[in-house]
Design a protein around this ligand. Structure first.
Ligand code: 0A1
Ligand code: ZN
Length: 887
């Protein structure tokens, strides 16, 4: 599959080079004669010169297109002579085009051979598409850029027996016989859209059908399409969809706009899901759920992603991106919207802590490595590499900060103005901020730096209490470390929510010097300079500060809090996020103390403070179980690594395990009591109460099993035996996963024989073995590559087995002889020939290489060089390697 285009990676695309399209397309008529080996695509579209591009008045008509054969071209119904166009590896250029006309392009594509899963491909015998970001150009020749919006009419023709169901965007406007055992269905989408939102699905499918009546009384047909065998696993997704539709009306005033909303679930899909207009396509892992096959986490993820894709109908589809540098315009806003949805459906505090944990582990690491980029990037080689935690999750934090600065009412006014002003347009992040500013009157000028400057700011806080003046002065300072291409940073506008606690743990009113009356007990300070001081008056005794409440800004806080202050906050802070954060900081201190001892070859100290803290949290029956579970969860390796100056994997792994075992010993009785008191008796339901109880019980079980204690392992075995749901069954495997007990092997074998024919369930089994912190993990993963149910072309299988090993198993991936690195390099190279997009995810496992101590630093560098030397590397992987090895 090597070709010239793979050997010569394209030059970087730069944001500042943006030019409006020379030609616009108003309408396109697409016809597909579907055949897995040879699909003929005919596209007819009306084009006209863009009146907005005066200077480019002589520019040719340039269409994007790749991997197509037997191309035929006609202009206004007449075949175009060869002298009138130029066909290259990536474009079709019509020379001397008229000011307007109708172009018809026919070409042949080969869906069954499409293993990269971009464009039109076949998954489990079903045709489906993935066009974001630049997949449409693998289907037909077209200006494949998000600022060309057209009305689509699509005719699908296929064998009636094999492909009885033919779906595309919009409304079904015709069906009929096409002769030779074939039939056709025609679809029309009245909303102009960019090509990346086009979709088609064709196969032998069944639908779970329902309906939704919108706030204005329109009835919308809802359909979730899957293979008939999976129909009994679609109802949670359907419930989630209806909740999302209602919520978007109530919270954002956004109504659905077509007569039908469809979801199709694909077994082979590179990402999570895709918001194609009226026809979302999902990775089946994010649709299918039954209590015996899906965990609580799966249920929550399905609800969140169904919401996310649905919310894109406004934030992304009705108002779309001008160019791919603006990706966060739709993604940051839509992640914010799905986070708010999940918070309203479940526990707001739990959702927030989960979001903060993920952001700090994944996005802070991205900021600290070679892939660091602003929320609105300035250049890319392969746009697929920029579907990142910075664009998505940090992008959502940037929206959340604007929500904090404006307050909920003015924020809603701003969002309303944004949708009203730009409906049907392709716009920029600046247009978004401008709408918020215009609607609210709040100056967001300096705030815009969050879009243009990369990096995680550090905010240092020092407090001083003045008993004589009854004031508390908070000195704040911000600094953002350099990132590639941005050595110097200007100060950010940081909204920092804070509180002050008195000795009884009560929040004090916060009145700033010069203000009258009593202020609120939480307030958002705007830190806009490098340094600023805030003086609070009327403070009767030295308070304990609670800073960055709710994680109001995505920054690293460095404070002068004492250990006693942290223990006090962990017990008393009215802000649940900071209560959790205080416990995490105590945990981190314990691990870092042990790490220093490990690095020095000294015996690891047993810290009594952490054991007492966890014992106290576990025993506190008045507190919410879910929050207790989060508070006792040890910080993960990615987060700990981010706090270290240099990463010493051996010391970090030894220290973290040591502290976990210290806790397990010190808190054994409360952990056991808590575990036993929390067994859920009612039938399974993913309700916040049940989810919280299971989470806490299973965290306790994990601690108890960390000591390899046979009594604890017997508890896990009993739980596995009696589990009527996947959450408890998997939790039993998680609890024994790192142990050397023979019971572990027995449970894993039983799980495999029970679930070997359920790919999504078996993925959990692959992933657990790939993340086991055991000496035999790498040979085990190698042998699992030959498991009869492993499939090296399916992204879910690769993510479960290979990506979990590379990205989530610190001890095994970083084993000191470099074997883990060699394995991942070899897998990246092999996968790149099949699926570059997923191969680039594997290559990203090395992104932190410069931060590691020797010998791991050099060993990772060598692995990257080995990948980089491979002939015919995709632009996807080549870009990751080049950024890693640059400078
Ligand atoms: N827009 C989708 C994510 C997505 C992006 C790229 C894809 O294939 C290359 C697939 C999905 C979302 O945010 O859900
Ligand atoms: Zn999205």
């Amino acid at each position: 599959m090597a070709s010239a285009s793979r050997d010569a990676p394209p030059a970087p695309v730069r944001r500042l080079d943006y030019r409006p399209p020379a030609f616009l397309v108003d309408a396109i008529d697409l016809r597909f004669d579907l055949d897995p080996e040879r699909t003929r695509v005919t596209a007819s579209f009306t084009f006209r010169r863009n009146p907005a591009t005066g200077a480019d008045a002589l520019a040719p008509l340039v269409l994007d297109g790749e991997q197509q054969h037997d191309v035929g071209i006609a202009l206004d119904g007449v075949p175009l002579p060869a002298a009138r166009y130029r066909l290259t590896e990536r474009t079709l250029v019509v020379l001397d085009p008229p000011e307007r006309g109708e172009l018809t392009v026919s070409s042949t594509i080969h869906p069954a051979a499409n293993v990269a899963l971009e464009g039109l491909y076949v998954s489990s015998g079903v045709f489906c598409t993935q066009c974001e970001a630049e997949g449409f150009r693998r289907i037909t020749y077209f200006p494949d850029r998000p600022d060309v919006l057209a009305v689509y009419t699509v005719t699908l023709v296929a064998d009636r027996e094999r492909y009885p169901v033919l779906l595309s965007n919009g409304n079904r406007v015709g069906t009929g016989d096409a002769g030779n055992g074939r039939h056709f269905v025609r679809w029309h989408d009245p909303f102009p859209k960019p090509s990346y939102l086009f979709a088609l699905v064709a196969g032998n499918l069944a639908a779970l059908a329902d309906s939704f009546t919108t706030a204005s009384g329109r009835r919308v047909a809802l359909e979730i399409w899957s293979t008939p065998a999976n129909l009994d696993r679609c109802d949670h997704a359907m419930r989630s969809l209806k909740r999302a539709m209602r919520w978007d009306e109530e919270r954002f005033g956004r109504e659905y706009d077509l007569d039908t909303f469809m979801i199709f679930c694909a077994d082979d899909f590179n990402m999570g899901a895709m918001e194609n207009k009226g026809l979302n396509i999902f990775n089946s892992r994010l649709v299918l759920a039954r209590p015996d096959t899906a965990t609580d986490d799966d249920y929550l993820a399905i609800e969140g992603v169904v919401g996310h894709e649905y919310f894109h109908n406004w934030s992304g589809n009705r108002v779309t991106c001008r160019d791919w540098f603006q990706l966060s315009l739709k993604e940051g806003l839509t992640v914010f919207r799905d986070q708010e949805f999940s918070s309203d459906m479940n526990s707001r505090a739990v959702e927030r802590i989960a979001a903060v944990t993920f952001l700090r582990s994944a996005q802070f690491a991205e900021d600290a490595g070679p892939m660091a980029h602003p929320v609105r990037p300035d250049e890319y080689i392969e746009i697929n590499n920029f579907y990142t935690t910075t664009v998505y999750e940090k992008g959502a934090e940037v929206i959340r900060m604007q929500h904090a600065l404006l307050g909920p009412e003015r924020f809603r006014d701003g969002i309303d103005l944004y949708f009203a002003r730009h409906d049907g347009e392709a716009v920029t992040c600046d247009d978004f901020v401008q709408a918020l500013q215009d609607a609210s009157g709040v100056d967001l000028g300096q705030f815009r730096r969050w879009y243009s400057q990369a990096g995680t700011p550090i905010v240092r806080a020092r407090g001083a209490y003045d008993a004589a003046r009854r004031t508390y002065t908070l000195d704040l300072e911000q600094e953002t470390p350099p990132t590639p291409g941005q050595p110097h940073k200007e100060p950010f506008h940081i909204p920092l929510a804070i509180g002050l606690l008195d000795a009884a743990g009560t929040d004090l009113p916060l009145t700033l010097e010069g203000e009258r009356g009593r202020g609120p007990t939480t307030r958002v300070l705007s830190l806009t300079e490098r340094r600023a001081s805030f003086v609070f008056t009327g403070i009767g005794a030295r308070p304990v500060p609670s800073l960055n409440r709710g994680f109001s800004a995505p920054v690293r806080m460095e404070t002068d809090c004492t250990d006693a202050d942290l223990a006090f906050l962990a017990a008393n802070d009215s802000d649940p996020v900071n209560r959790w954060e205080a416990a995490q900081r105590i945990y981190c201190t314990s691990v870092f103390t042990a790490m220093q001892a490990a690095a020095a070859g000294a015996p690891l100290p047993d810290d009594p403070a952490i054991g007492a803290l966890i014992a106290g949290i576990v025993a506190d029956e008045r507190a919410d179980p879910a929050l207790r579970a989060l508070a006792i969860t040890p910080p993960d390796f990615a987060y700990l690594a981010g706090l270290a100056a240099t990463i010493d994997v051996d010391a970090m792994v030894a220290a973290r395990e040591h502290v976990v075992r210290t806790v397990a010993r010190a808190a054994r009785d409360p952990l056991l009591r808590c575990y036993e008191s929390l067994r859920v008796q009612e039938p399974y339901a993913p309700t916040p109460a049940q989810v919280g109880a299971r989470l806490l019980a299973n965290r306790c079980l994990r601690y108890l099993c960390s000591l390899d204690d046979p009594a604890a392992i017997a508890l896990a075995t009993a739980q596995f035996d009696s589990a009527d749901n996947m959450t408890d069954a998997i939790a039993a495997l998680v609890a024994v996963n790192h142990t050397t007990s023979p019971a572990r092997e027995a449970l894993f074998a039983r799980f495999e024989s029970r679930w070997r024919d359920e790919p999504l369930v078996l993925d959990k089994w692959f992933a657990l073995q790939a993340t086991a912190m055991r000496a035999d993990t790498l040979p085990r993963v190698r042998s699992l590559l030959g498991h009869p149910r492993f499939n090296a072309r399916n992204p879910n299988r690769i993510r479960s087995l290979v990506a979990s090993f590379a990205l989530a198993n610190w001890p095994a991936f970083h084993v000191s002889d470099g074997e883990g690195y060699a394995f991942v390099a070899e897998q990246t190279i092999a996968l790149d020939r099949v699926n570059p997009q997923v191969a680039a995810v594997l290559a990203g496992a090395f992104n932190q290489w410069r931060r590691h101590a020797e010998p791991r630093r050099s060993l990772q560098q060598r692995a990257l060089e080995r990948i980089g030397e491979t002939p015919g590397l995709s632009p996807d992987v080549a870009e990751i390697v080049a950024r890693n090895l640059a400078g």
